[in-house]
Design a protein around this ligand. Sequence first.
Ligand SMILES: Cc1cc2nc3c(=O)[nH]c(=O)nc-3n(C[C@H](O)[C@H](O)[C@H](O)COP(=O)(O)OP(=O)(O)OC[C@H]3O[C@@H](n4cnc5c(N)ncnc54)[C@H](O)[C@@H]3O)c2cc1C
Length: 540
Amino acid sequence: MSEVTLDRRSLIAAGALGTAALGIAGDSAFGKTLSPGQRKADFAGAIKAFRAVVGDEWVAGDASAVIPWTKTYIPDPGGRHAPVGAVCPENVEQVQEIVRIANRFKQPLWTVSTGKNMGYGMTSCATPGQVVLDLKRMNRIISVDAELCTALVEPGVTYQQLRDYLDENNIPLWIDVPTVGPIVGPVGNTLDRGVGYTPYGEHFMVQCGMEVVMADGEVLRTGMGSTKNPSAWQAFKWGYGPYLDGIFTQSNFGVVVKMGLWLMPAPPVYKPFVVRHKRMEDVARIVDAMRPMRISNIIPNVVLMMGAGYQLAMFNRRADVWSGAGQVPDSAFAEAGAKAGLGMWNTYFALYGTPVMIAENEKIVRAAFAAIDGEVLTEEDMVGNPYFHHHATLMRGGLSLEEVGLARWKGAGGGLAWFAPVAPAKGSETAGQIELAKQILGKYGFDYTVAFAIGSRELHHIIALLYDKSDPEEEKRADQCYKDLVTGFGERGWASYRTGVHSMDLVAQQYGTKNRAVNAAIKQALDPNHILAPGKSGIA
Ligand SMILES: Cc1cc2nc3c(=O)[nH]c(=O)nc-3n(C[C@H](O)[C@H](O)[C@H](O)COP(=O)(O)OP(=O)(O)OC[C@H]3O[C@@H](n4cnc5c(N)ncnc54)[C@H](O)[C@@H]3O)c2cc1C
């Protein structure tokens, strides 16, 4: 059991609070657009009431105080997605009180946990006029059960905090992290259905039990958490009756204030690999070779097929690779990649288990890649290669921020938006997607910096739209390009699994009217005043 709380200084250092938040310059954020139908007096009333609950210093209620919550990487040319305020509670009771106040003043709240949803919007909101309900201060690791390999955490807990806790207490468990692990946390990442790269990489799959403040201010525990003896809360996901946890992910039906997750026992042996392929079209053969090994769990972790462009963008600036006009050609990526020890495709995966298990599975893996001319390389072959080192770190749940360098590919402006359409894990799905992505990105002058990922039976095309956010014209182009990607891929049946606040409605349209109507009905039943994150996943 650990009781860790952040003081104000560390929150300010972490960018959660602006210096203006210390003084709270005034009550007016009216330079910003309020939510539809909202009166200035209601906004002011809500801010005043929030202050009474959490204290002045934990509320940003004016245009300058809210600046730290407006930082974003996605294109937002009109500033439409910036929040108008922020409130930072420190416990469940305060969250309940804030939600009740929000109902009273019809003040919408955009909930974040660690608030670092980079490339999807950070703490910006789907619709104008929202106050960020920032749960960073609620950062207690409530319990870790070393026998069951489970944890129960609050929303503000970061992966770094969890890793440190396990190390300090000599608990030999692994965590599974997204690529930006140190500064983000399991609750926000899981609720947005994020992924990592160990065998526990599908985060919602290894989530177990939630505590949720509902829009009426009441508290719900899912799964076994609401029984008289909730000791199996983190052990058994399903409880009884309809499974509710799913409706609190990628949604606006509640505020999750506690979440259980499963942790992975450290395996006796861990062996990371990369397989290099030279040609763009090779990715189809890689997917077909990989699919049976993922489905049968011979390869137990999420597999990343990293394109040379994406890899180079992690550690280089565009000018280092290409100074010509238009989209960087494959030949330039291939040439620069070869110098860096990269193929056109670099497929990262790992084996976990006893030496005997690994030796047997390695034979199967090597035979599968020999049949498709893959160059299979291990740690010994890749000593000193920063790309291999980065992925080897991730696939054992290690923490790294190296990949954030992507956002500087086009300059210091820091523009990045993820586009991630889903297809079945079949090689035949790749060529059409590559052609379409290159065509749309090229039309707007952006590069094909991508990876493919195989979770199990599905293929994600992870497209990093990299642009210079400090150039307003380029930001507008990026915005239009992203919309074209969503609609162009959508028309071919490749809809996104997740998207940024700038495109939530557009993506929701691709899932059909009945799907939207059911979501709307649930929303109306649970949150009749629509105060929780209107617009999240296209749900008003
Ligand atoms: C270079 C780079 C690499 C990345 N790699 C990965 C990766 O490998 N895998 C991956 O998944 N992502 C990745 N990301 C995207 C993102 O940064 C992470 O997913 C990050 O974990 C999300 O931010 P967070 O954890 O702070 O969540 P938050 O920003 O706190 O939350 C995300 C969203 O979930 C909802 N939410 C959060 N908390 C609550 C709550 N308590 N109740 C209800 N709803 C809530 C809100 O809609 C919120 O906007 C990457 C980003 C960058 C820039």
